[in-house]
Design a protein around this ligand. Structure first.
Ligand code: C2E
Ligand code: MG
Ligand code: MG
Ligand code: MG
Length: 296
């Protein structure tokens, strides 16, 4: 078991691998510990979804949310997704986690429909594993039916690097989802290695411009040029553009002036647990800034 493995790693680390630095041992041990804890996290209810609002750039109406997983561990504290999702991806646990996220997000759409009488879409992040999975389509279908969702209620985000790892397989899977009618987005756009010819045939609706480019608006002219180029590229391919990581008014103004469609970032709203995310919806309703269809 993992404890024995950890003990073994520790002792062999001392006796046999003296060339390795203590840092490397510690990282390996931490990983083993995370893996062990991850095995019970779901059953113990330690995972939680946070929701970050997305706004239309031109009039700041609320157009939906992105679901982001959180792992609240009693002694490790908040484990950020980038510290455990890649591990779950390697050890296969992502398949359970991914299903849980899909289920929770759809349940949330359903509950908000009941509470507010509006259909408020939620985007979830798909892992590389899910994108390869032959059961993804039927799983998405089943969960959406269970919560009586329409296809516009759910969006799926795939990072550019995952999409481009095996673009042909990815296109097949995305096409099937698109035919179903589900909204699709390429996440972290600009950080992977998109070939433009693949981008042209990726059956997605939206590009999410990575926050590293947004971050330096007002400071780095190269990044500003990249933002403008990415927006224009997306528009000429008939895609909408979301800017991630908008933190300042200056960034917001720049993005609005340069025709970006959708804004997401701490300036407009941080990811928040369901109960707090509700407040974004209430605020939008009060300000008459909720431009979404009524729930049927
Ligand atoms: P992502 O999908 O690109 O999500 C955006 C990340 O940027 C989130 O980090 C969010 O909290 C953060 N963010 C949003 N606005 C701002 C801002 O204004 N400034 C800054 N500095 N950051 C901002 P988070 O929640 O730590 O998630 C990191 C990544 O982990 C996500 O990147 C996504 O790739 C992955 N991830 C999160 N939840 C899930 C999930 O349920 N399933 C899978 N497969 N991956 C997930
Ligand atoms: Mg995302
Ligand atoms: Mg992103
Ligand atoms: Mg990211």
């Amino acid at each position: 078991n993992a404890d024995a493995a950890m003990y073994h790693a520790k002792s062999s680390g001392r006796n046999n691998f003296q060339f390795y630095s203590g840092e490397m041992n510690r990282a390996a041990l931490e990983r083993l510990h995370l893996e062990k804890e991850m095995r019970s996290a779901q059953d113990l209810g330690q995972y939680q979804l946070y929701f970050q609002p997305k706004y239309s750039a031109k009039d700041l109406t609320l157009i939906g949310f992105e679901a982001l997983i959180r792992w609240r561990h009693p002694t490790l504290g908040m484990v950020p997704p980038l510290s455990f999702i890649p591990i779950a991806e390697e050890n296969g646990m992502i398949s359970q986690i991914g299903l849980w996220v899909l289920e929770e997000a759809c349940k949330q759409v359903y509950e908000w429909k009941k509470t507010f009488n509006y259909a408020i879409p939620i985007a979830i992040n798909l892992s590389a594993y899910q994108l390869r999975s032959t059961t993804l389509l039927s799983e998405v279908n089943a969960v959406m039916q269970r919560y009586e969702l329409s296809v516009n209620d759910l969006e799926l985000e795939i990072t550019e690097s995952v999409a481009m790892r095996d673009p042909n397989a990815c296109i097949g899977q995305l096409n099937a989802l698109r035919i179903m009618g589900v909204q699709l987005a390429i996440d972290d756009f600009g950080t992977g290695y998109s070939s433009l010819s693949y981008l042209k045939v990726m059956p997605v609706h939206t590009l999410k411009l990575d926050k590293s480019f947004v971050n330096d608006i007002g400071q780095d002219q190269n990044d500003e040029v990249i933002c403008i180029a990415a927006i224009n590229l997306a528009h000429s391919l008939g895609l909408k553009v979301v800017a991630e990581g908008v933190e300042t008014v200056e960034q917001q103004t720049f993005l609005v002036e340069n025709d970006c469609d959708i804004l997401q970032g701490y300036l407009l709203g941080k990811p928040a647990p369901s109960e707090e995310a509700k407040q974004f919806i209430l605020d939008a309703i009060k300000a008459n800034k909720l431009n979404l269809p009524l729930a049927k």
